[in-house]
Ligand binder design. Sequence first.
Ligand SMILES: NC(=O)c1ccc[n+]([C@@H]2O[C@H](COP(=O)([O-])OP(=O)(O)OC[C@H]3O[C@@H](n4cnc5c(N)ncnc54)[C@H](O)[C@@H]3O)[C@@H](O)[C@H]2O)c1
Length: 253
Amino acid sequence: MERLKGKVAVVTGAAAGIGREICLRLAREGATVVGMDREWAGVESVAEEVRAQGGVAHALAGDVSIGADCAQVHAWVDEQLGAVQVLCNVAGIVDTGTLVEASEESWQRTMDINLKGIYHMCRLFVPFLTASGGGSIVNIASVAGPFAVKERGVYSVSKAGVIGLTKSLAIDFIGEGIRANAICPGTVETPSWRERVNQAPDPERALRDFIARQPMGRLGQPEEIAALAAYLASDEAAYMTGQAIAIDGGMTM
Ligand SMILES: NC(=O)c1ccc[n+]([C@@H]2O[C@H](COP(=O)([O-])OP(=O)(O)OC[C@H]3O[C@@H](n4cnc5c(N)ncnc54)[C@H](O)[C@@H]3O)[C@@H](O)[C@H]2O)c1
């Protein structure tokens, strides 16, 4: 199915995990994909993967927490492609621990990347989407936003913020043909998740604990999140905006 034929999609956090899979899926749906990540080599290799599967992708380096980097991505897309219809904000980090344990530095870094990064991108790209005739913004939040997850204090606050930001954009720009939705994944098997497990004092136990809290007895796969992102990006979801959709194997049912 080529639901995104003729559309340009900008994806942050494109070098790994969920962002990588969203790039591959949106390209298979016919979109021209612009991937941005602070890991240049990673995002370039994802763009190569897209080209190898017959798609069109461009790789840009940049840190979403830095306004000037986001402005460069915006300027590049404006100059080279002239329009954009889809923005997927995926870049994010996870700091673990309770709010009491969280350092001020962890608070600041998490808010800068997970929340201010989306603010930067939306501030730049919303007028661009409007000028391109409207479009779809897909923000990756987490079940840790609307629901309680143990020892994810700062992370949960940032992801609750992502949902608030998404709803605020949805209501303010509905008249301009912009839809904004948030995806709230449960636990998804990605490189950074695997790293968190490996860093636990007892990795085998950490893995067992992660799986034990999954009603389906398994973790989510990045492809499953990408499939939902592709739907929300497409015109099939034309009547959907301002929503925070959980995709979590029943974790929050
Ligand atoms: N994996 C999960 O279980 C899970 C669950 C819920 C939500 N999420 C969210 O999904 C998103 C992707 O997670 P993932 O597990 O695929 O992570 P990941 O670490 O595998 O990939 C994240 C990508 O974002 C990039 N990135 C990080 N900070 C950046 C910055 N400041 N600027 C630009 N790029 C940056 C990284 O380089 C990396 O390529 C995150 O927002 C995360 O919070 C993940």
